[in-house]
Design a protein around this ligand. Structure first.
Ligand SMILES: NC(=O)c1ccc[n+]([C@@H]2O[C@H](COP(=O)([O-])OP(=O)(O)OC[C@H]3O[C@@H](n4cnc5c(N)ncnc54)[C@H](OP(=O)(O)O)[C@@H]3O)[C@@H](O)[C@H]2O)c1
Length: 234
């Protein structure tokens, strides 16, 4: 572990990209808070990453955000960055999506990120600024078959983040979007093990890069693609 850096709250930290980000930031000396619903996995990860703070919670629940941000400030004395990464995907043709599935995807991927920003900003302001990283997707720019709910959520996230960046930059809060293509995780029922895909660690590297830019410089967007997809753009 390198010297001590900021205190970063990472959502969706129980597995996949969020877990990889927590591991990398911890190894680089950041103090990390781990938010997700699966408390057991958070406890197990926190047991491995010395000093990490498990924050069991649902990004759709405002009360869970209030508790998580307060716990970060209590444990670490500050919140210096938020990584809005938690997300779900239900891939179905638009006319087969139920309202419940639509709401699950939009509430998690879009409203969850809004609530994160809403609750993190006062804490970031208390320390004079900070960074918000949103893990969006190339699906936030490119619609695909079966992506109606997921595309809508990730297109929406870019709109939310773009406006938030303009609202917050003068207060010394950077808003960064990391937009990966296909990542080799269990996301949306995928079976991991496909070598051509990006690795969760690659996305973690992009998050770290954005965090480590000097404070006066804001990387507003990183698009990340597998170099050699099997066919067509991904
Ligand atoms: N995999 C890809 O190909 C890919 C590509 C581009 C972008 N992304 C984006 O990357 C992000 C992470 O995806 P991943 O690939 O790492 O997927 P993953 O392995 O399925 O992980 C998703 C994470 O989100 C958490 N989560 C889901 N709903 C939640 C809720 N309501 N409250 C709190 N946490 C919640 C899950 O934890 P719990 O279940 O424990 O709550 C889990 O930690 C997502 O935003 C996704 O859209 C993924």
């Amino acid at each position: 572990m390198e010297g001590m850096k900021g205190a970063v709250l990472i959502t969706g930290a129980s597995r996949g990209i969020g877990e990889a980000t927590a591991r990398l930031l911890h190894a680089k000396g950041y103090r990390v808070g781990l938010m997700a619903r699966d408390e057991k996995r958070l406890q197990a990860l926190a047991a491995e990453l010395e000093g990490a703070l498990p924050l069991p919670g649902d990004v759709r629940e405002e009360g869970d955000w209030a508790r998580a941000v307060a716990a970060m400030e209590e444990a670490f004395g500050e919140l210096s960055a938020l990584v809005n990464n938690a997300g779900v995907g239900v891939m179905k043709p638009v006319h087969e999506l139920t309202l419940e599935e639509w709401r699950l995807v939009l509430d998690t991927n879009l409203t969850g990120a809004f609530l994160g920003i809403r609750h993190a900003v006062p804490a970031l302001l208390r320390r004079g600024g900070g960074t918000i990283v949103n893990v969006g997707s190339l699906a936030g720019k490119n619609p695909f078959k079966g992506g109606a709910a997921y595309n809508a959520s990730k297109f929406g996230l870019l709109g939310l983040a773009g406006a938030a960046m303009l609202d917050l930059r003068e207060a010394n809060i950077r808003v960064v979007n990391v937009l990966p293509g296909s990542v080799d995780t269990g996301f949306a029922g995928n079976t991991p093990g496909q070598a051509w895909k990006l690795k969760p660690e690659d996305v973690a590297q992009a998050v770290l890069f954005a965090l480590e830019m000097p404070g006066h410089a804001m990387v507003s967007e990183i698009e990340l693609r597998p170099t050699r997809p099997p066919s067509g753009p991904r």
